[in-house]
Write a protein that binds this ligand. Sequence first.
Ligand SMILES: Nc1ncnc2c1ncn2[C@@H]1O[C@H](COP(=O)(O)OP(=O)(O)O)[C@@H](O)[C@H]1O
Ligand SMILES: [Mg+2]
Length: 266
Amino acid sequence: MQIIAITNLKGGSAKSTTTFNLAGVLVEAGFKVLCIDIDPQKTLGDAFFGVQAKGETLSAVLVKDSLLSLAVQPTKFERLQVVPADDGLKGIKSGQTQIEGGELRLRSCLTRLKTNLDQVNGVGQIDWVLIDCPPSLDRLTMNALVASDYVLIPVDAGAGGRVALADTLEYVYSARKWYNPTLKVLGLLISNTDTRTVYDQETAALVRERYGDLVFKTTVTASVRIRESAELQMPLVFCKGAEFTRYADIYRTLRDELLQRIRSKA
Ligand SMILES: Nc1ncnc2c1ncn2[C@@H]1O[C@H](COP(=O)(O)OP(=O)(O)O)[C@@H](O)[C@H]1O
Ligand SMILES: [Mg+2]
């Protein structure tokens, strides 16, 4: 079981879109995937997958340190399960809900899943856990970074995006220093970019110049098809119609590059 946090301080940098479509291509390759939506905005679970929190919620699991599998729900796709976000996460984020040792809660939940101490609710062997983070450097994001093996950072290459990226990386390195020394930055993914414009070409070049090999070769171009697939609540690889193929292929290329990177880091 490999755990990847998809994070960036900046809202609208394609975290949820990346998580959604990466889940799709990993499932397509035969893997079993669990997506965790730890953003109180509920974009990934509720808006994109159409799965609402019910019964034992993620916030309740974190507060009570109970079994994460109780909060796992099926999606309409085989081998793809989701832990949706819920309103209780807002209290954890703001600090109103106090949890002792709060940064480590998600890590203990996932360790129980990984070591088969938590196997209720039909949650068996999971290959990949993808954690979609909120757009802030808060206790929820820290929970995700402390629990993860890898971090993937979708990047908006514009001026504001580059400043947010530097702050995000600093936060990731502090998580590594204080809590999770084996955390690795898997890569920066330039997303939602219009490669036909000089502005987007130049800003992407600035990111590559500064961060070199940390940046994935794959870039995700901007397209209404990508927004449409979220509206249809179907990752691009599952969307019917030739107009989606080109964009599904971008995520397939990203999957191959990501698997290659993980092999070389292992
Ligand atoms: N490659 C893309 N092309 C077009 N729209 C995109 C692309 N990636 C993301 N978007 C849109 O940008 C907005 C923000 O994306 P989202 O994934 O929700 O960002 P975040 O989770 O970082 O806040 C959404 O409306 C999403 O549909
Ligand atoms: Mg999001």
